[in-house]
Design a protein around this ligand. Structure first.
Ligand SMILES: [Zn+2]
Ligand SMILES: [Zn+2]
Length: 333
């Protein structure tokens, strides 16, 4: 089968590889779609310390079960894998917090991922997809939409609260805007591009294109500030995000475009404003299942900037680095 293989740090090629072999508890899936993510660029660059070589890149996928050695799944089931493969037995897994699994493997990093025609996945990492959720949406759930859902759940979002989303035209942002809306929030999107703002407007209550967006957020909320900010950019916008919050507000940090950059967090500001900062590692299986259930109501539309075949993978990478796109880049094997 064909696959995108990283054979040494920073180097990859689309090559023929043997079909994956299954152990007990494993499932063979045929990949319907895989999606590109900034995490792929970091894995490709060897940013993570536990990379194995060679490894098949890719951690976002939707597929159909071809063969199963896990009694929970049968051929024909449509499934999405988590970003990681939990062991299902550690203390965290037992508590339903499989995203913290101490023995987890990461797809595209130290276990083969999904830019391939087929993939081996542990049943512990799989969630069935409801019929109402199309492939193009399901593929975005574990790494994108369920991550946002998990963050909003931890932020304790309630109906009618105001949510600000930074980086609103990106793969995370454009779906975060829609999910927050589906969960009953008033949504204010932040993007730098007036062109993109026109597209985003259809999904939100307000769009801000100013660099100093906190002032506009205050104006739009009668001087109070936002209840929650989804920070989908990172250090470049975090200061304005914190300033946008009301007293007692919560910021969910999802994006981190400059992974080596630090941010000087002023504790006095945090204390006096009573702000909650929420991190966000990968989603749990339960987050993915709950998100899929919400999405089956049809309130979130997948925004796909382009779809490429596997052997045009380098074009897809180039396109993803291109700033003018809105939404995600998919790979169809
Ligand atoms: Zn991802
Ligand atoms: Zn575990």
């Amino acid at each position: 089968m064909k696959a995108v293989v990283i054979y040494e740090r920073g180097k990859y090629e689309v090559r023929d590889v043997p079909m994956p072999r299954l152990n007990d508890g494993d499932v063979l899936i045929k990949i319907n779609y895989a999606a590109l993510c900034y995490r792929d660029l970091l894995q490709l660059a060897g940013y993570y310390p536990r990379m194995k070589y060679p490894v098949i890149l890719g951690h976002e996928a939707v597929g159909v079960v071809i063969e199963s050695r896990d009694p929970r799944f049968k051929p024909g089931d449509r499934v999405v894998p988590l970003l990681h493969e939990p062991d299902g037995t550690c203390e965290f897994c037992m508590r339903g917090l499989d995203s913290y699994c101490i023995n987890a493997l990461s797809y595209g990093e130290n276990v083969d991922g999904f830019f391939a025609e087929y993939a081996r996945v542990s049943g512990n990492a799989l969630v069935k997809v409801p019929n109402e959720v199309p492939d193009e949406l399901a593929v975005l759930v574990p790494c994108v939409i369920a991550m946002v859902y998990k963050g909003l759940k931890r932020a304790g979002l309630t109906h009618g609260e105001t949510v600000v989303v930074t980086g609103a035209s990106g793969g995370v942002g454009i779906h975060a805007v829609q999910l927050a809306k589906a969960l009953g929030a008033r949504v204010i999107a932040v993007t730098r591009s007036p062109d993109k703002a026109k597209f985003i407007r259809q999904f939100t209550d307000d769009v801000i294109t100013e660099q100093r967006f906190s002032k506009v957020v205050k104006d739009l909320t009668n001087g109070v500030g936002a209840d929650v900010v989804i920070e989908a950019v990172g250090t470049p916008t975090l200061d304005e995000s914190l300033k946008s919050l009301r007293s007692g507000g919560r910021v969910v940090v999802i994006g981190n475009v400059n992974p080596d950059e630090s941010y000087p967090l002023r504790l006095g500001y945090l204390i006096l404003k009573d702000v909650v900062v929420i991190g966000n590692v990968r989603s749990n299986r339960s987050d993915v299942a709950e998100t899929l259930r919400i999405l089956s109501r049809g309130l979130v539309r997948p925004i796909v900037a382009a779809t490429y075949p596997l052997d045009k993978f380098s074009d897809a990478l180039d396109f993803m680095r291109n700033n003018s796109r809105i939404g995600k880049v998919l790979i169809k094997p």
